[in-house]
Design a binder for this molecule. Sequence first.
Ligand code: DC
Length: 221
Amino acid sequence: MQVAIDGPAGAGKSTIAKRIASERGYIYVDTGAMYRAMALYLIRRGIEADDTAGIEAACEDADISIRYINGEQNVILNGENVSGLIRTQEVSNMASASSVNGKVREKLVDLQRKLASETDVVMDGRDIGTVVLPDAGVKIYLTASVNVRAKRRYDELTARGESADLAVIEAEIKERDERDMTRKISPLKKADDAVTVDTSDMNIEEVVKVIDEIINEAAGK
Ligand code: DC
């Protein structure tokens, strides 16, 4: 079974995908983490998001792979486990900016397809249902309003004791949506055969239930 979950930042994709995967014994593949690892590599090398030649050369040098430790996906960059270093705002913005590059996408899509060919997966990202796994048995487009997504991110940061500015978060989310949805290669968009689930007024349990029903139906249960 391949379950593809696409949608904008903050819609709850990873929380939901993890839950579905653990309940069903599927592997969860977080494709955003791969783009984030690539972004971290670029930041460390001082390569700018608009330096196409620099980014394409970096694709040759950055070895990105995935390892599962206690059931959790960890992302390995040139032998280093960088999972704890890729959740910053700087990396988020660089991942969005550098993922417009065709070479970056080609490299990471190959890795994603390889993982999905080996086992049952729940994979989340922006182009899973449209490009990476066009034949996925279940395709979900998970979304929520910009204010709700910004507020969730704000709550997450403040709960961790970090300072946060709701207006800044909202502006960054809008900018990221705009770039992810309008890029030339593999923009974020709902696949024609995906089911839209708007999580603005739903809690996690409600979303899991809806998606579980969609998967059961697809699996003929
Ligand atoms: O899901 P995320 O926030 O971790 O993703 C970070 C960035 O990576 C996102 O802004 C766009 C890019 N991305 C992508 O282009 N395609 C994917 N399948 C996943 C992420």
